[in-house]
Design a protein around this ligand. Structure first.
Ligand SMILES: [Fe+2]
Ligand SMILES: [Fe+2]
Length: 267
């Protein structure tokens, strides 16, 4: 089973020919399916791109959204539209709605956006203002305190969903290996940014502590199961081994240069 991992392709920054080139590269790679870990575009043309990929690739596309996919709209509205759209497409699987996906009899895939929950690093002193806090309706708040409340809630929702999927994947269906697709790195050790680990000022915006806590709990409780996270968001590549059975791959990305990040092979 071969999976093309793509992340942070930001297709709204490139022309139609670059999107077609990307589709060609995926078709030529001989993969069985595609996994996209968020930041496909921005809200305005998001579903158009998903539709185009679904049409052009004619293979399962397992995806989650990233913070940029909500730009210019609200999380509520985009989720509503994407939720309706995927129903009309049999090869689009939105992992934060589709539940546990079997890749091989031993390996499954789960995922969630898991947006930054403002808990890692030093949120109280951080002066970073991402575009998210202007561009995404729910995060546009009159004070940092109110915005952090929203971010905490989003993190808790992501963690609750992930926990349910992990329970199903390892507690019920007993997969030996779980692939976890997230947009935002779930641990400070995986928040690579411009070649280094993020500092306390940026960590609240680059990581999701709540999803990391759930993953750590499951990895500790199920030491015979492998948990491998694939995430993006920070556009800087890195690898972190959190526990012997819990590893995180963070992808690099460049605006204007969408590409296959890696081909993952599962036996
Ligand atoms: Fe991105
Ligand atoms: Fe992002």
């Amino acid at each position: 089973m071969k999976l093309a991992w793509l992340t942070d392709v930001h297709l709204n920054f490139v022309g139609r020919s670059a999107v077609e080139e990307l589709c060609n590269a995926i078709r030529l790679s001989g993969v069985d399916a595609v996994m996209i870990t968020g930041d496909l575009a921005s809200s305005k043309h998001l579903y158009q791109y998903l539709d185009y990929l679904a049409d052009g690739l004619k293979m399962p596309i397992y995806f989650i959204l990233g913070n940029h996919d909500y730009y210019g709209s609200s999380i509520h509205q985009v989720n509503f539209e994407v939720g309706g759209g995927v129903k009309a497409r049999e090869n689009l699987f939105w992992l934060s709605r589709s539940g546990v996906v079997e890749l091989t009899p031993d390996i499954c895939l789960i995922g969630h956006e898991g947006l930054a929950d403002g808990r890692l690093g030093n949120p109280n002193d951080s002066d970073v203002m991402l575009n998210d806090y202007y561009q995404i309706e729910e995060l546009r708040q009159p004070s940092k305190e109110l915005r952090l409340e929203v971010q905490h809630k989003l993190g808790d929702e992501a963690a609750a969903y992930l926990k349910e999927q992990l329970r199903e994947a390892v507690g019920v269906r007993q997969y030996k290996s779980v692939i976890v697709a997230l947009h935002v790195p779930p641990f400070a050790e995986a928040c690579w940014h411009e070649g280094n680990l993020s500092d306390a000022n940026f960590l609240p915006h680059f990581g999701c502590k709540a999803t990391g806590e759930v993953l750590r709990e499951y990895a500790q409780n199920f030491p015979a199961v492998d948990f491998v996270v694939y995430c993006g968001h920070t556009h800087s590549p890195g690898y972190a081994e959190i526990l012997p059975n819990l590893k995180v791959h963070t992808a690099g990305a460049e605006y204007g240069q969408p590409r296959i990040e890696r081909i993952l092979c599962f036996d």
